[in-house]
Design a protein around this ligand. Structure first.
Ligand code: CAO
Length: 243
């Protein structure tokens, strides 16, 4: 690829050149490799999380008694784990020659953690087999270890699918880069109250924006739309997560 021409910025004003940190450099290599190798498409959708948020708020005190903080993240992990079981074509990696698919029989969900040194992806193993409380406890423990630079190698390995949640910060949508060799990543933006037509009137509903980027070599657009619809249904009626 043609290189970006080097410029002397000091001719325009004062500058300071600093080395990139180790984490930032490693992230830059991974993201650039994925960007160049993976033909990306992003599918957008929304989930009505009005009931989920009511339930989550009602359970917060109880969760604290159990020693954990109940954020939307464990529900997202659970919904993604169920979606990977329902649509196993998202739980694959391309084989070395590019003409086979490796189907994974386990469901490990990674999620991005924003730390002062850069981005880290930590992994909740066997997420499909864990309760919401277990997912809450484990994900907050992993995120806190990431912040304190106390992660072990194992904590960052073996992810099948990644969640990048920017919902606590803001934004309406974004196009995350697939964490190759995975074939899909879910971007989550800030939930917002919106008027939703129920057939008779507009109702105020809390809508969560979802952005699913996927590797178009492994996944087709129709399956991506089915996957986000499924996620939207699970998050829209969390009773379905029990079935
Ligand atoms: N919409 C609205 N509010 C949201 C939300 C959403 N989608 N997601 C979280 N929030 C709110 C919650 O309501 C919560 O507050 P209360 O529990 O008091 O109601 C608060 O934000 C908690 O947010 P949190 O960030 O502490 O916890 P989390 O479990 O949602 O997220 C983590 C944890 C590690 C994912 C997050 O801290 C983080 O690092 N996100 C950044 C990831 C990132 O950088 N991605 C970019 C990667 S490049 O593709």
């Amino acid at each position: 690829i043609p290189p970006v021409p080097v410029q002397d910025f000091s001719q325009f004003g004062e500058i300071e050149e600093k080395p990139m940190g180790r984490l930032l450099k490693a992230g830059a290599v991974n993201l650039h490799r994925s960007w160049l190798n993976v033909p990306h498409v992003t599918q957008f959708d929304e989930a009505d999380i009005t009931e989920l948020e009511n339930f989550r708020k009602a359970m917060k005190a109880e969760a604290e008694k159990q020693g954990t903080k109940l954020t939307p993240l464990p529900f997202l992990i659970k919904a993604c784990a169920l979606a990977l079981k329902a649509y196993p074509q998202f739980n694959v990696s391309l084989g070395a020659g590019g003409d086979t698919l490796i189907w994974k029989k386990y469901v490990n969900i990674g999620f991005a953690v924003d730390t002062p040194d850069g981005l880290l992806v930590v992994v909740v193993k066997d997420a499909d087999k864990k309760s919401i409380y277990e997912l809450a406890r484990e994900s907050s423990e992993l995120a806190s270890r990431a912040q304190k630079k106390q992660l072990k190698g194992e904590d960052m390995k073996g992810s099948c699918f990644t969640i990048s949640s920017l919902g606590s910060i803001g934004g309406t949508a974004f196009t995350p880069i697939v964490n190759a060799p995975e074939v899909a990543i879910l971007g989550v933006s800030k939930a917002d109250m919106k008027p939703v037509w129920d057939g008779k009137a507009f109702q105020p509903r809390l809508m969560l924006p979802l952005s699913l980027s996927y590797d178009h070599r492994a996944i087709n657009g129709a399956d991506a739309a089915r996957f986000t619809s499924f996620l939207s249904q699970q998050l829209g009626d969390i009773r379905k997560m029990l079935l």
